[in-house]
Design a binder for this molecule. Structure first.
Ligand code: AMP
Length: 186
């Protein structure tokens, strides 16, 4: 007779969140005064913990997505690894002028000035289910611009997944009609 029970998924996710929280480094006043930069490199340096993050992401979307899209540059890391884990293609969302072929372009506002994101026009086919991955959700401007890019390609955005959401910036309000999931919230 065994008393072993199935692992509680919510418990393991909260343990994962605690471990990831401990692995992120706050860098005050980077890249400019007043910003506390969330440095993911200590997490990336921990191969086992990084693998747990990818498994957690992939397990939630197995069978439910056709493509993973990642936002330049840190969204490429966990996005590409999640695409590999799910055995689906990876699509890079890049800053202006980096992609060599025909692109969809979306301009969006930053706190000071504006920026442009691009995606190859042949990267996603109409109706494909896309999971969007990035490291941090701050104001949500980047996520909203990427959702707009994907919709121009007539994709279905399944969810926006981030490792960390800076809740005080209300970024999820910028993508009100999309499921947003964060491993950690601060
Ligand atoms: P936002 O468009 O304001 O949601 O900003 C999100 C993008 O900026 C993400 O791609 C993040 O990589 C980056 N970002 C914003 N704030 C931070 C922060 N405090 N630490 C690290 N990355 C950040």
């Amino acid at each position: 007779m065994s008393f072993r029970s199935e692992p509680d998924p919510s418990l393991s996710r909260s343990t994962l969140a605690q471990d990831v929280s401990a692995a992120l480094r706050d860098v005050p006043d980077f890249p400019e005064p007043g910003i506390v930069f969330k440095d993911f490199t200590p997490l990336l340096a921990d191969a086992v913990l990084s693998g747990r993050v990818v498994d957690d992401l992939a397990d939630r979307h197995r069978g439910g997505v056709d493509i993973v899209a990642g936002i330049e540059a840190r969204g490429f890391v966990f996005g590409a690894a999640t695409a590999y884990a799910l055995a689906v293609p990876f699509v890079p969302i890049r800053k202006a002028g980096k992609l060599p072929s025909a692109t969809h372009r979306v301009d969006y506002d930053l706190e000071y000035g504006s920026a442009t994101l691009e995606m190859h026009t042949d990267a996603v086919k109409p109706g494909q289910r896309v999971l969007l991955v990035d490291d941090v959700l701050a104001t949500g401007g980047t996520a909203a611009a990427t959702v707009e890019l994907l919709r121009r390609a007539e994709a279905t955005v399944v969810a926006v997944e981030v490792i960390l959401e800076l809740a005080f910036l209300s970024g999820r309000d910028a993508v009100p009609d999309v499921v947003v999931r964060a491993l950690l919230t601060s």
